[in-house]
Design a binder for this molecule. Structure first.
Ligand code: URP
Ligand code: ZN
Ligand code: ZN
Length: 461
């Protein structure tokens, strides 16, 4: 059925316009005033509301075997939570570990999503070792439409690659025109500091941050940048958490290194005092890189407002209370991760736009458009234009609510953002022209989501 969204204020990067959006066959076919519409058109009145392009979360974990357990969401639960929060596309980290076959891993991750996700999705393919068959497998994976890689400089002996493997991955990525995303922490230093702290009897969650200090992240970020500089590949630092690491990335950018920066919701809103709470309350806030000293948040917000942090993801990674307690005797065993897929847009809008830290243009760019451009989805996703997929978020800026595990849709028994106010939420969310969400409720079609095939786009001399 055709769809007409009337009288909303359409917000895209560089433009705000009051107009109607007409949709047919999953795509936007007209933007203007009072278009002629066939009699059976579904009409949504967006008067007094903003209309955004569907938001894109460039960093989520849905299926994830990690730290002796599995992240809690499935694509059924994760995609519904995402949509209720206005995210219409997510990019999942496909994370086979060093002992797994990469191509089998890729097929497994795809099978977990296919026919299950209610929103569109894509993958970043993790390269967790570089062996004889890696190049041909990665070529096949890129040909299948997965045109971005992921490397971990942390998580020694599990996901982590050494410098040689990083070099080989970047060198191949450069030839293939593929962007490489990277978790930047020095694995050796983390392992040594963990051992030292535990030997001193410092085993609570409050010691997680000191085991991965800012300098350890800055070193990883700087080293990744140096490898980009010397291979000519294009990179993307994931979940950057602190000013020291930001300086390393921006210093490299100023030298001409092709490096892009993501930070994630927890690092803007939560600080290390959350992980210092006693017992399991602290464990709930253990992620890597860790929550940092509060002063870092000012640096992150400023860099985001100015565009030198490109995107805001979530690093959605839900482990419930019971799983967090795997680390009750040592912080080293606390499954790392905080859920956030449902809250990113509303909390970023509230604490960014409503609090005057972020203009609307940068908000839509950081939460949607920039990720679409970097990861080969633009202009199909990330904008509102004739020919784009009709992924639309009619946003009610007058809504007032509170984030809580009691009402969220993520498959987890706690929220990292419990009790935070939201000032705005989607009233209607569409995926390729189909209404999937109305006023905080999923009303759509499960399994509607498609895997998005992406072409490599990072070719340069
Ligand atoms: O703590 C985190 N970030 N957990 C998920 C794995 C990762 O490093 O992205
Ligand atoms: Zn990571
Ligand atoms: Zn992650």
């Amino acid at each position: 059925m055709a769809l007409l969204i009337r009288n909303g204020e359409i917000v895209t990067v560089g433009s705000r316009v009051q107009a109607d959006i007409y949709v047919e066959n999953e795509t936007i076919t007209g933007i203007g005033k009072d278009p002629e519409t066939p009699p059976n058109t579904e009409v949504i009145d967006a008067s007094g509301k903003l209309v955004f392009p569907g938001f894109i979360d460039p960093h989520v974990h849905i299926y994830l075997p990690f730290m002796a357990t599995f992240a809690k969401d499935t694509h059924e639960t994760g995609s519904i939570a995402a949509l209720i929060g206005g995210t219409t596309t997510y990019i999942e980290m496909c994370c086979p570990n060093r002992n797994d076959d990469a191509f089998e891993g890729y097929q497994l991750w795809k099978s977990k999503a296919e026919g299950k996700s209610a929103c569109d999705y894509a993958f970043h393919m993790s390269v967790t070792k570089f062996v004889k068959e890696t190049e041909s497998q990665l070529r096949q994976i890129v040909a299948d439409g997965t045109a971005s890689f992921k490397i971990f400089l942390a998580y020694k002996n599990f996901f982590g690659v050494d410098d040689g493997e990083m070099y080989q991955t970047l060198e191949l990525a450069k030839r293939l025109g593929v962007i490489v995303t990277a978790h930047c922490e020095n694995a050796e230093l983390v392992a040594r500091l963990q051992q030292k702290l535990v030997a001193e009897g410092k085993t609570g969650p409050e010691w997680h941050e000191p085991s991965r200090p800012e300098s350890v992240e800055a070193e990883g970020t700087g080293r990744f940048a140096t490898f980009l500089e010397n291979t000519g590949a294009t990179g993307y630092v994931v979940h950057l958490s602190c000013e020291q690491a930001l300086r390393a990335a921006l210093g490299a950018k100023a030298r001409g290194v092709k490096i892009n920066v993501e930070s994630v919701l927890p690092h803007f809103l939560l600080d290390k005092s959350y992980a210092e709470r006693p017992g399991v309350e602290g464990m709930k806030h253990v992620m890597s890189p860790p929550l940092r000293a509060k002063h870092n948040q000012t640096a992150l917000w400023n860099a985001l407002a100015g565009g030198s942090i490109d995107t805001v993801g979530t690093d959605h990674c839900p482990f419930d209370t019971e799983q967090k307690l795997l680390g009750k005797d040592s912080f080293v065993n606390i499954p790392n991760g905080i859920p956030g897929i449902e809250d990113r847009v509303n909390l970023l809008y509230t604490h960014g736009v409503q609090r005057g830290r972020l203009d609307l243009d940068r908000f839509v760019d950081a939460a949607s458009t920039r990720a679409a451009k970097l990861f080969g989805l633009y202009p199909r996703k990330g904008t509102i234009a004739v020919g784009s997929d009709a992924d639309l978020v009619v946003y009610d800026t007058n809504y007032r609510g509170v984030v809580s595990a009691k009402s969220h849709h993520v498959n987890n028994d706690y929220s990292g953002f419990e009790g935070m106010l939201i000032e705005g939420r989607p009233s209607v969310v569409t995926v390729r022209g189909k209404v999937q969400v109305r006023d905080g409720k999923f009303v759509g079609e499960r399994g509607r989501g498609k895997m998005l095939k992406r072409e490599p786009s990072h070719f340069c001399l």
